[in-house]
Design a protein around this ligand. Structure first.
Ligand code: NDP
Length: 240
């Protein structure tokens, strides 16, 4: 039987590339998304991958969403916690709502999804959880205390949960992407983005497929001895 995977935020950007890479491995993929129904419909038509709408920041929605995927596709073996948002601003300008939305979605989503799938993975003695962090969670970033805190939290969450899963064959790893050419980065003002690219040793933005390749490696059968790791995929930016 094919393995079953859920990719949160799996219908566009990095998540879309991850959904496609896992499908290419023969995995049965469910792509979760937040609210862009039109994009999800187009994605499913084009790829054949079913899309499931729920808010990863909502604990109960993750429970019912994962139960629905399991009923329709089978027991969940792999979760890629990729869904993420930004609400940038300096702390002087950042509202409590902007802080909370980013923490609840980016970090809370990892907890909510793990609560839904980790017990089953442990019981079946096989699982893969990959959490998408960020270079800005490793290094911090001006105007992103909410996002940097959430992503940094993801890196700690990964190392802690990896210890709980190791004996039961459940690996938990993170990927820390640098700047990748998606809608999220398209929202960065052009002059700011120019300065960011100038600091990337590779001299360019990354492609979503380059992150997906790392996820595919961590989700493979042969990835089973890698756990609690963070893979930096950022064109060398982590060295500066
Ligand atoms: P996009 O903004 O292009 O796509 C975000 C995806 O997440 C969409 O599918 C969106 O659904 C979904 N989503 C957002 N909020 C929720 C929610 N509450 N519940 C379920 N799904 C949700 O993002 P990217 O592809 O650029 O980023 C993907 C991940 O990679 C994020 O975690 C991001 O922080 C991280 N990352 C990105 C970098 C980059 O340079 N792009 C760099 C480092 C990390 P919908 O389509 O319905 O809105």
């Amino acid at each position: 039987m094919a393995r079953v995977a859920i990719v949160t935020g799996g219908t566009r950007g990095i998540g879309e590339a991850i959904s496609l890479a896992l499908k290419d491995m023969g995995i049965s993929v469910a792509a979760n998304y937040a609210g862009n129904d039109e994009r999800a419909r187009e994605f499913t038509e084009r790829t054949g991958i079913p899309a499931y709408r729920w808010d990863v920041g909502d604990y109960e929605a993750c429970q019912t969403g994962c139960a629905r995927v399991a009923a329709e596709l089978g027991d969940i073996d792999i979760v890629v916690n990729n869904a993420g948002i930004t609400r940038d601003g300096t702390i002087l300008n950042m509202s409590y709502e902007d802080w909370k939305a980013v923490i609840d979605t980016n970090l809370g989503g990892c907890f909510n999804m793990a609560k839904a799938v980790f017990p089953g993975m442990r019981a079946r003695k096989w699982g893969r959880i990959v959490n998408i962090g960020s270079i800005n969670g490793q290094a911090g970033q001006y105007g992103q205390v909410n996002y940097a805190a959430a992503k940094s939290g993801i890196h700690g969450f990964t190392k802690a949960l990896a210890q709980e899963g190791a004996r039961a064959g459940v690996t938990v790893n993170a990927i820390a992407p640098g700047y990748i050419d998606t809608d999220m980065v398209a929202a960065v003002p052009a002059d700011v983005l120019e300065k960011i690219v100038a600091r990337i040793p590779a001299g360019r933005l990354g492609q979503a497929s380059e992150i997906a390749r790392g996820v595919a490696f961590l989700c493979a059968e042969e990835g089973g001895f890698v756990t609690g790791s963070t893979l930096s995929i950022n064109g060398g930016q982590h060295m500066y």
